[in-house]
Ligand binder design. Sequence first.
Ligand SMILES: *Cc1c(COP(=O)(O)O)cnc(C)c1O
Length: 466
Amino acid sequence: MTHDVLAELRALRAGDLPTHGGRTLAYVYDSALPGLDELAASAHALASSVNGLDPTAFPSLLRLENDVVRTAARLLGGGDATVGTVTSGGTESCLLAVVAARDSRPEVTRPSMVLPETAHAAFHKAAHYFGVRVVAVPVDPVTFRADPAAMAAAIDESTVLVVASAPSYAHGVVDPVSEIAGAALERGVRCHVDACIGGWVLPHASDVPPFDFSVPGVTSISVDLHKYAYCPKGTSVLLHASADLRRAQYFASAAWPGYTMLNSTTQSTRSGGPLAAAWAVLRHIGDDGYRSLALRALESTRVLREGIAKIDGLRVLGEPSATLLAVAAARDDFDVFTVADEMKARNWYVQPQFAYRSSPANLHLTVTAANAGHESELLADLGASVEAAIEAGPVRVAPEVVAFVGGLAPDSLTPEEFGGLLAAAGMGGGDGVLPERMATVNTLLAAASPALRERLLVEFLGALYS
Ligand SMILES: *Cc1c(COP(=O)(O)O)cnc(C)c1O
């Protein structure tokens, strides 16, 4: 019976993108260390029924969380005063940094936060959830680095938080944290460094300017364990420079007849599974292990970056200094969306990113230790995919269709009209079935305004889930 169920699950999982082997260059992180998954799974199983809701009832989780927070603080320039929280992921860490910043300034009636426009969408989610206005500041159009003077100029009386990325997800570029945090400090405003994706790698990279708690003015840092700490999904750490800064993140409610609810995160019941798995993985890999994994991923990124520069038709955007690459077309006789389809046909997943402000349409590559030593396979298939895309020519969508989509205002459309649009775009299939080739769909989505694209994809999601 158990066997049947697991066999069924395995069969379902076989339809997914591979999570190991380095062929899926977004969403997943593979250390390629033998036995790591088994260790994590065993640790997860040992603690998955334990509840982090009450650390006095389950002191093991308190101990694990303090260990994990101390490890992260040590890596990121923290000292004795540094405190933190293990959360469910990068988005939750960012959400909590924003809500803590907002609630530490109750006198500000219309709070805002200053972001480089390359900041992760998690901050727009926080803005939406918590009623904090986003002041998005353009970045340098060549390097894609945040502009510290423009960010400083954007700080005003309503600013409760300033954000810098180390690095940004889209381009893998590290913002000038010292200047940004310095400007925030001068105005008495909190500065959050979003090191969700880079925090476990950048400390081992050379030539990266300081971005951690060693920088005056940095008040909090987020770092995801389920990215480059190679832990199972479901763990991130939010660090604060002091317990004072963390206080507003906590929530307590005695306004009901049950237990006094006391929460450090957005969750209340919290599985001990992800935390225990992360703790086990951190202990098992250790400082030296992480150093060598980071160096492998960094070196692999360097090899790929140089190889991509040699592929006629491609260019790497900005000046990435971590393990992420954004690859754009260097000429206009083909589409990167077609390259993504061609890569898919060759069993690679690269993530299309739409044009936004100064950033052109591009393909995102998250490079992990599993890519080390296999760069030539990836580069050969990327080169062949570009050739095929050039052969196919740019994606042709009738100009009147592009004009029609570009002119639609999301607010004026009914759910039925959205359904029709999705069907027309080839996204109307049930059960999440998308066309084999996505270039046309992506070209149509690219023609839509960001607001229309958001609505279309929300309708799509609603159609996927029962
Ligand atoms: C991944 C990421 C996040 C969000 O993390 P999730 O774990 O996906 O919620 C936030 N910021 C950056 C820079 C990231 O790369």
